[in-house]
Design a protein around this ligand. Structure first.
Ligand code: AMP
Ligand code: MG
Length: 493
């Protein structure tokens, strides 16, 4: 810790910082120093995130960076701040929330906003301690990077640093900080905040900021009847629809789709009690605290629309025309089913859209649900079936084998209308061999809690390449063990 204070003066990451969100002013974010974290250590690092951020190649060994990303020194040029937002949580207006434990360092000239999550209390911490525990930080780190590798829009994670400093949740845990990055961390809740306060000038400044930096086309061809704010609502609706369709395609449950966890760029944001489903159960609830199943797997599309409606409501003072706002939202209702159909067709290797395809898809989803078949394994085995025509590995997954065999026959017949090589190639890039199952994350967490980070690194590297079977990694593509179903993942993080 000897060089903590002067670390910041020499730290040169090869990055230039712009601090554009800070320039909006004090009503949007407050300067906030990080709370130091004693004797930090590296827990996990993502070379691919570092590369897109534009970090110097020696970053992984930098003791100065370790200190800075743990909140012990300030990276020159950054301006750590916490932003204010509000939101609807579990369908109820929750009032003011804000970055209670995330610090916004600024935005690099490479187009990435960088945040430290778990860097200590802020003016928006309410009763929280501003910290994040190692367990949840590892889950966010691994999942952000895994989602990116799956081609699903998401915030990224550069690294996790840890410390032995105690943090109290249901029991004593230890602190960690995730360095996460996104082109923007602005949430639906940022808009809701100013709108509910009746602060229309700030609402407009925020909307103009988002349009100027992220949706400039809303001033031109994406404007609806010349209205850029309606254009913005429609663009966000479409991005959100694409994101949720992508989730449905890989069996991903977000778990806490509150409006404050919804990204204005349609990125998967705020990884908490998320889960990649093991058995395909359409009504699966991954968040132990979600007793009503509001955020169940098969409710995600509806809930996203509900959230967009909240955004529409928040933007109404700017759109200034209810009909126009409703028209902008309506695009979700065509884009979501379209995107979902494309994702599911790709999972089956179908390029052409034929009349009976929908029935083919519905039948297999019903069979998967009836027999609670493992989602990832089914689709990966089907990928092999499309290539080699061997049915048993697929039909063996079902209790009702004859129904599965009948379906496979119909599917094989349908496949003959496609180019076989293209179909197989599309499926290999759509149906991953590996996803971040809860039990795999749990094993990496347990070892990391003993200061052994090798399993975490193995898993990260594996999930960086999820579409290719890797030698010796069969266990990671296998069924979840019995104990996985007893894992309870809650909002506690
Ligand atoms: P989440 O459920 O993680 O999306 O968090 C909801 C709100 O609670 C956000 O405003 C967070 O910043 C805040 N929050 C969650 N955990 C903490 C914590 N340990 N300390 C301070 N604020 C927190
Ligand atoms: Mg959140």
């Amino acid at each position: 810790m000897h060089s903590d204070t002067d670390a910041g003066t020499t730290l040169n990451l090869g990055l230039t910082w712009l601090n554009r969100y800070a320039s909006l002013g004090e009503e949007f974010s407050q300067a906030q120093a990080a709370q130091p974290l004693p004797s930090p250590y590296w827990v996990g690092q993502s070379p691919s995130a570092a590369k897109v951020l534009g970090l110097d190649t020696d970053w992984q060994a930098s003791g100065e960076l370790l200190q800075a990303l743990s909140g012990n020194s300030v990276i020159p040029g950054t301006n750590p701040r916490a932003s204010v937002y509000s939101g609807h949580q579990f369908g109820v207006w929750a009032g003011q929330l804000g970055d209670g434990r995330a610090l916004w360092l600024g935005e690099t000239d490479t187009g990435w906003e960088v945040q430290l999550k778990g860097a200590g209390p802020t003016p928006y911490s309410r009763r929280g301690d501003g910290r994040a525990v190692l367990r949840s930080s590892i889950r966010e780190f691994l999942c952000s990077e895994a989602m990116h590798a799956l081609g699903i829009p998401t915030t990224r994670a550069l690294c996790v640093t840890g410390s032995d400093a105690p943090v109290w949740r249901e029991e004593k845990e230890t602190a960690a900080v995730v360095t996460r990055m996104a082109p923007s961390f602005i949430r639906f809740g940022h808009f809701e905040h100013f709108s509910y306060q009746g602060e229309t000038a700030q609402l407009k400044a925020l909307a103009d900021f988002v349009i100027d930096h992220h949706y400039p086309q809303c001033r031109q061809d994406l404007a609806i009847q010349g209205n850029p704010y309606a254009g913005l609502l429609q663009a966000v609706s479409e991005k959100t629809a694409a994101m949720v369709a992508a989730w449905q395609g890989v069996g991903f449950c977000h778990g806490v789709m509150n409006t404050d966890n919804m990204s204005i760029l349609g990125l998967t944001l705020d990884y908490g009690p998320f889960q990649f489903m093991d058995s395909y159960i359409p009504g699966h609830i991954c968040n132990h605290s979600d007793t009503q199943g509001r955020y169940a797997f098969n409710k995600q599309a509806q809930v996203a629309y509900w959230n967009l409606y909240c955004l529409g409501q928040a933007l109404l003072p700017l759109i200034d025309d209810q009909e126009l706002a409703l028209a902008a939202l309506a695009s979700y209702k065509t884009v979501f089913p379209d995107e979902l159909q494309s994702r599911l067709s790709a999972k089956l290797g179908l390029q052409l859209r034929l009349e009976d395809d929908r029935a083919l898809i519905e039948t297999i989803l019903a069979l998967l649900a009836a027999d609670r078949v493992d989602h990832t394994i089914f689709w990966r085995r089907l990928t092999h079936f499309a290539q080699d025509g061997v049915a048993a590995p697929v039909s063996d997954l079902f209790l009702d084998r004859s129904a599965a065999q009948d379906w496979l026959q119909a599917y094989a017949k349908r496949l003959t209308k496609e180019d076989a090589n293209t179909a197989a190639a599309v499926m290999r890039q759509t149906n991953p061999a590996y996803v971040l199952r809860n039990h795999l994350a749990q094993q990496a967490i347990q070892q990391a809690q003993q200061k052994d980070f090798s399993e975490l690194e193995r898993l990260r590297a594996l999930l960086d390449n999820p579409f290719e079977e890797q030698a010796g990694m069969e266990r990671y593509a296998d069924f979840a063990p019995q104990w996985a179903s007893t894992l309870e993942i809650s909002c506690s993080s």
